[in-house]
Design a protein around this ligand. Structure first.
Ligand code: ADP
Ligand code: MG
Length: 685
């Protein structure tokens, strides 16, 4: 059970003043459900403002606080903005510009003839100085001076900076004092603040030590939890599986295994023969041939007289795997079944019977295969495809299914850098498919300026006329999911006008069944152009889809672009990927796109991505999706994870039961970052 010291942090957000049902929704959108989430909602950046008396002192683009006297209100003629003409202490003129309904507030806040303190960004507009939508207007000179350094928070629709800042202040005010879990010598060396001080400091200014401390806490929690899993796994009894090769010999593959495939299978075979359950990650780029490695491993289990299961992240992927494996298994006599949430009635009953009496040797499905109603005769190997969709906690739950812990093989197509592998998968053993099957054609990758949109659409048209299919990926516009959707829908409308019913749209807000149905239409060839937000990242295998257009490619991470691009180039036909880029690109963005053109090696792209992104993000842009972390940035992971890792190992070596004072504190940490499954293992073992 969660220690009482943390209770106040886990209270839901509506305990805060001003949070009701209406505010809860935008908070939930940001993943802010409890007080601790609010306290950990760290600013993206800070605006630094300069207090001035004379507008001549600054250059346009600077953030200022200045005393201005309103001289005139100018209401728009027609649709223009509302303007307040104002004057500084020595008669310089500045226009305060308001669009839409903001003008009502402006009229009240800036009465003609009166002096106000105004904070905002000073810009040059033609010959005029102007501030568009000042961020603060106040009668009292002390108030704006408190805004000299102001946090800028990630927002969602329905939230304002002021609102979220108010909630953060409440949450920070109520923080408990917690015992120290960081190694004292490390604290001394780094001069990091205590946990509570670090949280408060991180909201106040751009404070590297505070941010590092908070990131480190998260990394340490993860490292500890993974290590506890690993330890517990080691001490469990599994079922040693030794196959005689008879079934594998019956597989009639239309190709030779690559060296990397053969090596991985041998590594897995070695693990399976051991008494302790396997915990291995198979890391291989899209198209590197993970399926046949999975199948061979599953066959070893069957040869040894046990059952094996393959878990896919989505319904459609489960079906695809089932079909592929069934085809490959023809003539082997192995019984394979499909089980998803959608299967009902007699067919489902038959599968359940077969799993219970052992007449089914292999099952492929979604998480439905681990529901309580599903019992196995002797499940000894679980293969999890596209691992990053499932958290480690979830994986653990699965592993607890039988009386004996089954062997686990996790497969991922995300070629993450080594440091991140450690972060995500802890100390799992890793097999790498670092060699593509021979004869794979390079994907012709081109960077095209967005203003050539008409040409691009024309090209897509010609491509579809040849009977092939295409993907069109819409960008993440900003932090607001609704805007992303709006952009995708707008593009869909344009393409639909041109190509009619051949176009389908898939996005993250569709219900899973609707999403699967749309994907299915595309996979079957009925729909020919799939317009999508990034949800296709973990996706389907459609060999006839040989063209991919990615809009605003500069906004994606390299690893993500690579992952997306891997959806094409799967068949015999030559494939093309068009990276549409916006007008003004930063040097880094240019380099990244050039790299995409240059190489198709996912591991290299992942390493370069980390290098290119690393330097620029001191404050730590959150990398949702790429890593299991909310606080630590890529750069911080690369720098601090090795430390956290060593620290975690030391802690467990010295105090395996985590019962000493530091161990107790570290337990709190595990609960704080919701890695408490680690603690539960501790108690069990
Ligand atoms: P992954 O799951 O790693 O993305 P798959 O297992 O789906 O890749 O394999 C991609 C394609 O490559 C499949 O069509 C598969 O039949 C083929 N393939 C796999 N291994 C080899 C090999 N050794 N030689 C030639 N083709 C292969
Ligand atoms: Mg695959």
């Amino acid at each position: 059970m969660r220690p009482d010291a943390l209770n106040s942090l886990f209270v839901e957000t509506d305990a805060l003043d001003g949070v009701g049902p209406k505010l809860r929704r935008p908070l939930e959108k940001l993943g802010l459900d409890r007080i601790k989430d609010i306290a950990y909602h760290l600013p993206d950046r800070f605006v630094e403002r300069r207090a001035i008396t004379n507008l001549d002192e600054v250059s346009p683009g600077e953030n200022v606080i200045v005393a201005l006297t309103a001289r005139e209100h100018r209401s728009p003629s027609g649709r223009g903005p509302f303007r307040v003409i104002a004057e500084d202490a020595i008669g310089n003129i500045c226009t305060l510009t308001y669009f839409g309904r903001a003008s009502y507030v402006a009229k009240k806040q800036l009465p003609v003839g009166e002096l106000r303190w105004v904070a905002g960004r000073l810009d040059q507009y033609g010959q005029m100085l102007q501030i568009v939508h000042p961020e603060h207007v106040s009668e009292d000179s002390a108030a704006p001076l408190g805004q000299m350094c102001e946090a800028v928070y990630p927002l969602s629709e329905g939230l304002t900076q002021g609102r979220i800042a108010g909630l953060v202040a409440q949450a920070l005010g109520a923080l408990p004092e917690l015992p120290e879990w960081v190694e004292p010598s490390l604290l001394a060396k780094t001069k990091w603040p205590q946990w509570r001080d670090a949280l408060r400091a991180a909201h106040k200014a751009s404070d590297v030590a505070a941010r590092d401390r908070l990131a480190y806490d998260e990394l340490l929690a993860n490292a500890l939890a993974l290590m506890l899993v690993r330890e517990s796994n080691r001490s469990q009894r599994g079922t040693p599986l030794v196959g005689d090769g008879s079934l594998r010999a019956k597989l009639r593959l239309p190709f030779e295994l690559t060296g990397a495939q053969a090596r991985s299978i041998a590594e897995i075979e070695g693990d399976l023969a051991q008494g302790a359950p396997m915990l291995r990650l198979l890391q291989g780029d899209v198209g590197s041939g993970k399926t046949v490695v999975a199948l061979s491993s599953m066959l070893i289990a069957v040869e040894a007289g046990a059952q094996s299961a393959l878990l896919a992240p989505t319904e459609i992927l489960a079906r695809q795997h089932f079909e592929t494996l069934s085809r490959m298994l023809q003539g082997t006599g192995v019984e394979i079944a499909l089980l998803t949430g959608r299967d009902k009635g007699k067919a489902r009953e038959a599968v359940l019977m077969g799993l219970l009496d052992g007449s089914i040797n292999m099952v492929v499905g979604t998480h439905a295969i681990f529901q309580d109603s599903v019992a196995y005769r002797n499940l000894a190997l679980v293969v999890i495809d596209e691992q990053h969709r499932f958290g480690v906690g979830q994986r653990l739950m699965l592993a607890r299914k039988g009386r004996r812990v089954p062997h686990t093989l996790a497969m991922t197509a995300t070629p993450i850098p080594r440091t991140l592998t450690l972060a995500q998968y802890g100390e799992m053993e890793v097999s790498k498919l670092d060699e593509l099957p021979p004869g794979r054609q390079a994907i012709d990758t081109r960077v095209v300026a967005i203003d050539r949109m008409d040409d691009v659409i024309g090209g897509v048209g010609r491509h579809l006329e040849t009977g092939q299919q295409a993907y069109w990926v819409c960008p993440m516009v900003n932090e607001n999911e609704n805007d992303d959707l709006a952009a995708a829908e707008a593009r869909y409308a344009v393409l639909k006008e041109r190509f009619g019913d051949a176009v389908v749209l898939v996005h993250g807000q569709l219900r899973p069944e609707a999403k699967d149905a749309a994907m299915e239409r595309f996979a079957s060839g009925e729909a020919r152009l799939l317009v999508a937000t990034t949800v296709i990242e973990v996706g389907v295998d459609v060999p006839k889809a040989t063209l991919m257009v990615i809009e605003q490619a500069e906004r994606f991470g390299l690893a993500q672009l690579h992952q997306l691009r891997g959806r094409v180039g799967r068949g015999a036909e030559k494939s093309t990927c068009l990276l549409l880029r916006g007008g003004a690109l930063s040097e880094t963005a240019r380099q990244r796109l050039a790299l995409m053109r240059e190489t198709q090696d996912g591991f290299r792209l992942a390493e370069e991505d980390l290098l290119l992104r690393g330097g620029g993000e001191l404050l730590g842009t959150r990398q949702s999706g790429d890593t299991p972390f909310r606080i630590a940035s890529l750069e911080q992971i690369a720098r601090l994870l090795p430390l956290a890792h060593d620290d975690a190992r030391l802690l467990i070596e010295r105090d395996g039961g985590m019962s000493g004072p530091r161990g107790e504190a570290a337990r709190l940490l595990l609960y704080l970052f919701e890695r408490d499954w680690g603690v539960q293992l501790l108690r069990g073992g």
